[in-house]
Ligand binder design. Structure first.
Ligand SMILES: NC(=O)c1ccc[n+]([C@@H]2O[C@H](COP(=O)([O-])OP(=O)(O)OC[C@H]3O[C@@H](n4cnc5c(N)ncnc54)[C@H](OP(=O)(O)O)[C@@H]3O)[C@@H](O)[C@H]2O)c1
Length: 231
């Protein structure tokens, strides 16, 4: 596949090397020097790629999505922090007949963790003496807080139990830690996912790009992971 990389920071660089290891070609790299390009100008750069992968910043997401839709290039959206604009972005994709798959976290383990957390919440819903909580920790350079992954965890467990504010810590070099807990009068149950590196995010983003090639529609990675890795 010919892959366009939008954003060439920590994730963009890693995705580029994993893509090459898996036999793909990097057709174009869009970096901060291109941040003033309009959607139409960016679309011209992207044309000819089989998929684009975006790891930039929330404020650039709308332009990047519009450009991919104009260029007819399906997009893997890895950037977080744009949850509040979700319906607007969905509208850009569907009205332009684009292909789009997004994930606050492309690691396979986290996507399995969502399922474990939801199942746990379903059980604890029968025991109102337990309070559910979500916590996360990331490196000090991460711009959005709470993380998109923590918001997704809150979203899945909120189908069954009430959850208060998410506690977010920014310090040092933590690649990402997420906890879901249930605290009762006599004990506490703690479920934790700890990322050891960013490699899992990069591989998941490439798997998503291989999946979205030639597809249309607005998809969330966690909903299609069964098709991608067979769970
Ligand atoms: N979904 C997942 O699995 C996952 C995993 C890890 C991270 N993320 C998310 O991915 C995003 C990027 O993370 P990161 O750690 O790679 O951050 P990063 O190292 O800061 O990289 C972002 C890059 O995008 C560049 N950029 C900013 N605005 C741009 C624009 N308009 N056009 C093109 N490039 C632009 C930045 O340039 P400057 O530095 O010059 O501004 C930087 O090089 C964040 O939202 C993060 O939360 C998602």
């Amino acid at each position: 596949m010919k892959i366009a990389l939008i954003g060439y920071g920590a994730m963009g660089r890693l995705v580029g090397s994993v893509a090459i290891e898996r036999g793909h070609e990097i057709a174009v790299v869009v970096d901060d020097a291109d941040s003033a390009l309009s959607s139409a100008e960016l679309a011209l750069k992207l044309k000819g790629a089989n998929a684009a992968i975006d790891f930039t910043i929330a404020s650039a997401v709308r332009r990047n999505v519009e450009a991919c839709v104009m260029a007819g290039v399906p997009l893997v959206e890895g950037t977080t922090g744009w949850n509040d604009h979700r319906s607007e972005i969905e509208n850009v994709v569907s009205s332009g007949n684009g292909g789009f798959v997004f994930g606050a976290n492309f690691s396979i383990g986290v996507n399995l963790f969502y399922k474990v957390a939801e199942y746990a919440a379903e059980i604890f819903a029968k025991f109102p003496e337990y309070d559910a909580f979500v916590e996360e920790q990331h490196h000090s350079r991460k711009k959005d807080a709470p993380s998109g992954t923590a918001l997704k965890l809150k979203n899945v467990i909120s189908k069954h139990v009430e959850v208060g504010d998410i506690s977010a810590t920014r310090a040092g070099n933590i690649p990402g830690t997420h906890r879901v807990g249930f605290d009762g009068p006599a004990d506490q149950i703690l479920l934790e996912h700890t990322a050891r590196s960013r490699d899992g995010f990069a591989l998941g983003a490439i798997l998503a790009a291989e999946w979205i090639e030639g597809r249309k529609g607005f998809h969330e990675f966690t909903d299609v992971i069964g098709e991608i890795v067979g769970v």
